[in-house]
Design a protein around this ligand. Structure first.
Ligand code: LRH
Ligand code: MN
Length: 404
């Protein structure tokens, strides 16, 4: 363990054990859909051994948990993961050392949703959509999950296509019907996205709209921040600071992007942005913000060309790295610089933390989790990927374009 970090932390009155304890209690949920074949509208490339049903996805997620020790939860998506015996699923997950995490309704793939789901002008379609989310609430109850993470593709493609205030009224009405069905222990996380698949208006386009809806619904409603859902140049760390201050930051869908909702490996394109997000979280926690302890950290990615399980492990390591760097920020020095207008002094405090090599620290955390210090090497050495590629025969893939 490098004494360089230890000495620096000592100077800040922070113990290494404290930092390691924080990293050990930190968990990240992986998405079932990240283990299966996925692609773009141009092509879905099949990965040999890619999981094609919920049990294979859970078995692959168990490998990520085995080598990282911080991924016991797996988010599911309905109907992609629909099963007829959810108690058996809960049992099977338990045998693998896993639990079912957030339940994601799908209100974007049924033909009925051409003009929207919860915002559709036809009451029958809205009722169908509400019924689907309530079905997901029942599934969550059966598998012991406490989070419904709701994303809507709802929107319009042309000016005048629909009345934007009436769509908002329908949205709130539908969400109130869903909120009324939410058991006391459960949280409704409202995800936003500034465009796609709608290209004129999106009914939940930004954090402000999701926050307003959550505040109108009640304390169990929160905002879910998908890091790929913002216009270029958006300061996501500031959105996180605001939501923490409002006590409505429910969770994250971590991924990274260069252009639009690219769903690439988190921290692979803009690792400093991810560090700034965690710096806001650690800073708020240091000042006793109660919301921090409730944040659901989840990954939401699609691995179109790369090996899916290794991509997931790499993603977990990238998030751990950002969190570890935020934990070694000299908060007292940062505050002092901020309160004296020492602009570059403050920046250099963050820069020093960001440029800290936390790999030895993370290796120590992995070992204390009972894992190999190098999770990627451990997974590769396991031969698991080669074994499932042999066992899980080939599957046909498709794409958004028929016949492609
Ligand atoms: C929408 C989204 C949403 C999921 C889907 C897989 O872009 O981020 O969270 O339902 O991806
Ligand atoms: Mn998402």
């Amino acid at each position: 363990m490098s004494s360089e970090i230890e000495n620096r932390l000592q100077e800040q009155g922070v113990t290494l054990d404290g930092v390691i304890a924080a990293l050990r209690q930190f968990t990240i949920e992986t998405p079932s859909w990240g283990y299966g074949d996925s692609g773009t509208r141009f092509k879905v490339f099949h990965w040999p051994g890619a999981a094609s049903n919920l049990r294979e996805k859970l078995a692959d997620a168990a490998q990520v948990q085995k080598v990282t020790g911080i991924c016991p939860g797996v988010a599911i998506h309905i109907p992609w993961d629909r099963e007829d015996d959810w108690r058996a699923v809960k049992e099977y997950a338990g045998q693998l050392g896993l639990r079912i995490g957030a339940v994601n309704p799908n209100l974007f793939q049924d033909d009925a949703y051409r003009f929207g789901s919860l915002c559709h002008f036809d009451r029958a379609v809205r009722e169908q959509a509400v019924a689907h989310v309530i079905e997901c609430i029942h599934i969550a109850q059966e598998v012991g999950s406490s989070v419904i993470s709701l994303w809507l593709a709802d929107g319009t493609n042309y000016p005048g296509q629909d009345d934007l205030r009436r769509r908002r009224h329908r949205l709130l009405d539908s969400l109130q019907d869903i909120y009324a069905a939410l058991p006391a222990v459960m949280r409704l996380q409202i995800e936003y996205k500034f465009f796609e698949p709608s290209f004129y208006s999106t009914d939940l386009p930004d954090w402000g709209t999701s926050l307003l809806m959550a505040q109108k619904l009640g304390p169990q409603a929160e905002v879910l921040v998908d890091t790929g859902h913002h216009p270029q140049g958006t300061n996501i760390a500031q959105i996180v600071a605001q939501l923490l201050d409002e006590g409505r930051l429910g969770g994250f869908h971590f991924n990274d992007r260069r252009y639009a909702d690219d769903d690439l490996i988190v921290g692979s394109q803009n690792p400093f942005e991810l560090f700034c997000i965690f710096n806001e979280i650690v800073g708020a926690e240091a000042e006793g913000n109660a919301n921090v302890g409730r944040i659901a950290y989840m990954i939401d990615q699609s691995h179109n060309i790369e090996p899916k399980i290794e991509a997931m492990i790499q993603s977990v390591l990238n998030v751990q790295t950002a969190y570890a760097k935020a934990l070694v920020v000299d908060r007292a020095a940062l505050r002092a610089a901020q309160e004296t207008g020492d602009v570059l002094g403050a920046y250099r405090v963050l820069q020093a933390a960001y440029e800290t090599d936390v790999r030895p620290l993370l290796s120590e955390v992995h070992v204390r989790q009972g894992c190999d210090p190098d999770p990627i090497a451990a997974f590769r050495a396991s031969g698991y990927a080669e074994r499932v590629a042999r066992e899980r025969g080939a599957v046909t893939t498709s794409s958004g374009y028929p016949g492609a």
